[in-house]
Design a protein around this ligand. Sequence first.
Ligand SMILES: [Fe+2]
Ligand SMILES: [Fe+2]
Length: 395
Amino acid sequence: MLLIETETLRPGLEAAAPVFDPARPWLKLVLTGAVLDERAIRLLRRRGVTMMWVRWAGLEFLDGLVNTKLTELRLNLYTQLKRDFKPNQAKAVSVTQYVRYCNLVDGLIIELLSSANNGLGAQTADLFDKQPGLFSHSANVAYLALTLGLRLETYIMHERRHAGANYTRDFTNLGIGAVFHDIGKLTLPSTQAIHEPLAEPPTHEYARHPQSGYEMIPERISALARAAVLHHHQRFDGAGFPNMQTITGKSHLKPLAGRDIHIFPRIVAVCDVFDHLCHDDDGGPRPAVAALHDLANGNLTGRFDPVILDGLLRYVPPFPIGSRVTLSDGRPAAIIALNSRQPCQPVVRLLRLTKRSQQNIDLAKRAGLHISEILGVNVDSCLYTLPSAELCQAR
Ligand SMILES: [Fe+2]
Ligand SMILES: [Fe+2]
């Protein structure tokens, strides 16, 4: 299977996964196995579908690596949030809702665990619904936090070593905290931005949303999920918010810093900003590689736990498996294997060759050749390199 932009679809191609309506994501526009005709292609373009999975000769082996079910589970989360919460009406998360979201989150965890290599689920980062909107953002952050959490299990268990053996592996409340991390924004006027401004301090009103969200989740539901909501804007360097004074009423307390911040909000914080960077200033989509480039170049580093940031940069691929790219020499190719040491240098298979003359290129071994375009967007200025893992450990 191959992920291609709808602009390049042609009649006769067969859908390798269902295509959902971006405006009403519970509706399937195309079913798996449907053969596209001119009418279907026109419909997809009219509805604003930008890309889809198609069957592709020579890439059948990718079917076992790409888990399109994860995209559906993320959509379920999104549609449930849209049904349950309305701006200025939502007062609190009920126990019934909490149980419902636990089931949805557990479904995602089980699917991630049964996917090839667990965290390969992150390969679909570019498939997310990048519509601007609070619930789309919440569903993306939950999906990413769980993917990253499963990849960083050893680190999480270490950070939660005092929680007791039965709880250190509990990822459900990481997912719940991520789902509800911005629920307090439902109390903000609609003129407030969805994302924290990264270059200037937040407005007083915006800075209140973590505490508003914390107060919307009753104490008896989950202290862990509440902590993730309350502290997802705490920064590792101590320059985040809210001040602990606002929670405890004591006057001398500052924001939390470093490992005093629970591991769950530390994970949510990284995924939150990553999803933010997957949109431009007008809310339009940016490729994952552009967002990862911004995180890798160091300007935002002080905000995050370095272990978690490194995990995101290594395990959320800038070029997802199965996506069509154009190489710097103009040849079209498909991503067939990831490279967690240098994610911008995966293994690709050239397209437009006959089955007999398949040619794979390991970009890590081909100096001078790089990915220039993904899904029709030029990314020459977004490529980044990571320090070696050994260097990171030595820091
Ligand atoms: Fe937030
Ligand atoms: Fe957020």
